[in-house]
Design a protein around this ligand. Structure first.
Ligand code: AMP
Ligand code: GLY
Length: 426
């Protein structure tokens, strides 16, 4: 069969890498991809949000299955358009993608269905928002309503910072996305990511993982899309997983169904596990980036077969098989990321790093110019390693990183450390 992957990042490289291994797949395409994905999939020069042209392409090439990586095309209705054209696609409709696309919707939804989440209020003006901050005190969390590539969330440690953030957001820092905001209680604890493949009221859990959102070591600096992740994470114990399924995942599927917004695709719950139990920080209607990279390294069974079974309603048949090893991925980013960053720097050393069979380098912001591999985005690469222990995976990953170079590259040195502390392997 012919499969089309939509998206340009590290997540899409990992999905394409896994899909390519399926014996069911004769030909793989990517729109638009990056220099890493173009090595394994035919490049389609259509933007992930150019829905009309993607439908036309899928029809004319007789694409049998399309897998969507990022949230933007989903929230702009790519799944609706493909289904209307009679094309098979794994990804939620626009009406369901709102669970990620609007934080106001997500918070109100969680409140309505009793899904545990931080105490909050929503605001559409500065005055009321500032009044609420004064009542609540700090630290406090301020979130732009709409999509802002993981950067629309600010944890304000002082009242001044909170007020400044509120003003910036209402004065258009994120355009339409920050015309409304959510202000919520700060929750302490450890974060973890819980991702499942879902269809209606049924779900298949994927392996657990933990992301590292802040740009610098020890969770300092601003939020990013994610600087590294590993799988599985000891933060999610079997008991915690039971709670997540019973109190969060199933109620979400049932609630969305009741709202007439039935889910079909990946569902990601970003969780805070701490003194207030397990709470949802956010929902995403797609796989996480960089969580996908280590998760795909551990999936032994056929992703394409699983997706086809789910789409055909045979969810009960799907039994993913996970490698017992740990997998860990570290993001190498361009100088300046998550702020303004430089592009066009030559990347060297990937082949040498991948000589170790336990290493796979996934590309994100990369391109080819004059036959050379160059940087072309904020997050450039995710270097992944597998190991029998988390410690071994971490050590292998960082020794591979030492072989890869581009000007201004930066990365966190402490990916996996929270897991190691729990496992006491540090
Ligand atoms: P979100 O996009 O809503 O997941 O927020 C991005 C990041 O901000 C999360 O991954 C957390 O690190 C942090 N964060 C969000 N909400 C809270 C909260 N209520 N308490 C503490 N940290 C939070
Ligand atoms: N890694 C977090 C995200 O994909 O939103």
């Amino acid at each position: 069969m012919k499969v089309l992957v939509i998206g340009n990042g590290g997540r899409e490289h990992a999905l394409a890498w896994k899909i390519k291994q399926s014996p069911l797949v004769k030909k793989l395409y990517v729109a638009k991809g990056n220099a890493g994905i173009w090595k394994i999939a035919e490049r389609v020069d259509i933007s992930p949000t150019d829905i009309k042209n993607l439908v036309d392409f899928a029809k004319s090439e007789n694409i049998d299955l399309t897998v969507v990586g990022p949230e933007q095309p989903l929230s702009e209705g790519i799944a609706d358009a493909f289904e209307e054209a009679g094309l098979k696609i794994f990804g939620h409709k626009k009406s369901s993608a709102i669970l990620e696309a609007s934080k106001v919707f997500a918070k109100n939804f969680m409140k309505k269905y009793g899904i545990p989440t931080a105490f909050y209020e929503t605001f559409d003006n500065e005055e009321d928002a500032i009044k609420f901050v004064k009542e609540m005190g700090t630290p406090i969390v301020i979130k732009a309503d709409g999509l802002a590539a993981g950067k629309g969330v600010v944890i304000a440690n002082s009242e001044e910072e909170a007020i400044q953030t509120i003003k910036e957001m209402f004065r258009g820092k994120f355009g339409e996305a920050s015309k409304r905001i959510v202000i919520e209680e700060f929750l302490d604890g450890l974060e973890a990511s819980y991702i499942a493949m879902v269809k209606g009221d049924k779900l298949i859990p994927l392996a657990t993982s933990q992301d590292h959102k802040r740009v610098f070591d020890n969770d300092e600096g601003p939020n990013t899309g994610g600087m590294g992740a590993y799988s599985p994470t000891p933060v999610i114990t079997p008991d915690t997983e039971k709670t997540i399924l019973e109190k969060i995942m199933y109620p979400t599927l049932e609630g969305m169904k009741k709202e007439g917004r039935e889910l079909s695709g990946f569902l990601y719950a970003g969780l805070m596990i701490g003194s207030k139990g397990v709470n949802v920080l956010e929902f995403n209607v797609r796989m996480g980036d960089p969580e996908t990279q280590p998760i795909m390294r551990r999936l032994e069974s056929d992703l394409v077969e699983h997706i086809l079974d789910i789409l055909e309603g045979n969810v009960d048949k799907v039994k993913p098989v996970w490698n017992k090893n740990y997998a860990l991925g570290v993001v190498m980013a361009s100088k300046g990321y998550p702020g303004k960053y430089e592009k066009g720097k030559e990347i060297v050393g990937i082949d040498e790093a991948e000589r170790d069979p336990d290493i796979v380098v996934f590309h994100a912001g990369t391109d080819i110019k004059d036959g050379k591999l160059i940087t072309n985005g904020g997050r450039v690469l995710t270097i992944t390693a597998t190991g029998r222990t988390l410690k071994e995976a971490k050590e292998k990953c960082y020794s591979a990183i030492n072989k890869i170079h581009f000007e201004g590259a930066h990365y966190r040195k402490d990916i996996g450390d929270k897991g190691l502390e729990i496992l006491q392997e540090a």
